[in-house]
Design a protein around this ligand. Structure first.
Ligand code: SAM
Length: 238
């Protein structure tokens, strides 16, 4: 029998993400852009049986299907991708927008390891997910099937340009005092190089102070347009 087009589907939440990103602001717009980002995918009962992940350790990368739970349920056929400066519109199904019917997201992440205690969990890197994101499915990545060398990538043909990131002495000192300082410095560099500011802020002179939360840190930064018309740099204040 055909599946009714008006059917609504209920998904089980098989697991929940514990993320280095407590807030949406600052999260890179695709996975892999901040390879130092870490997350734990903790399975929910009854999906936490070790048999469900038997063989998964043989794969280096996974597809994570998840719910954009922090996005509104309402959606429109046209969206404004940040990549196009925030003004030009494109079809929602021609985009990876978080504002879409069913609010389903798909991210390719690195699998670092599997933990079996205290509860079943996957250790992930390079993700683009906010803390508490509900996960609906996991599949291994198959490079021979999932990667296409000759693929065209429309209005996003290459990774977004990176800004240079400089750390203030105060920030360096804070990081030096932490056991995880080295990894945090790498993560801050990768995240801020993406220029987390909204697209409309990037054009004009910008003397605002911004903050991005990473783990328990509130990272403060501003953008220095450069005194000789040089490229902008991001300065991490503290
Ligand atoms: N790679 C996924 C995809 O293509 O479906 C997500 C792409 S989406 C453009 C990435 C952005 O989603 C992140 O920068 C973050 O701001 C936002 N995000 C991450 N987790 C979310 C969640 N649970 N609810 C709403 N927005 C989320």
């Amino acid at each position: 029998t055909p599946f009714s087009t008006s059917a609504s589907m209920a998904f089980d939440i098989i697991g929940t993400i514990e993320s280095c990103y407590p807030d949406k602001f600052g999260i890179p717009r695709q996975p892999g852009l901040a390879p130092s980002a870490t997350a734990i995918l903790r399975f929910n009962t009854p999906f936490d049986h070790p048999d469900g992940v038997r063989g998964l350790e043989q794969f280096s990368h996974l597809w994570i299907s998840f719910l954009f739970h922090q996005s509104p349920k309402r959606w429109t056929p046209l969206i404004r991708p940040p990549r196009l400066g925030g003004n030009a519109r494109i079809g929602v199904f021609a985009s990876r927008s978080t504002h879409r019917p069913n609010r389903l997201g798909l991210s390719l992440v690195e699998l670092v390891g599997i933990e079996y205690a205290p509860t079943l969990a996957l250790i992930l890197r390079g993700h683009d997910l906010v803390d508490a994101t509900p996960v609906v499915d996991i599949k291994p990545y198959l490079p021979w099937a999932d990667s296409v060398d000759s693929a065209r990538a429309g209005f996003a043909p290459e990774p977004p340009p990176l800004l240079k990131v400089e750390f203030s002495d105060e920030c360096r000192q804070t990081l030096n005092e932490r056991a995880d300082g080295e990894n945090l410095a790498a993560l801050i560099g990768e995240v801020l190089a993406q220029d987390p500011r909204p697209a409309y802020r990037r054009k004009k002179h910008d003397d605002r102070r911004y903050g991005v939360r990473l783990f328990d840190l509130d990272v403060r930064f501003h953008v220095d347009a450069g005194s000789h018309g040089h490229e902008s740099i991001i300065v991490v204040d503290r």
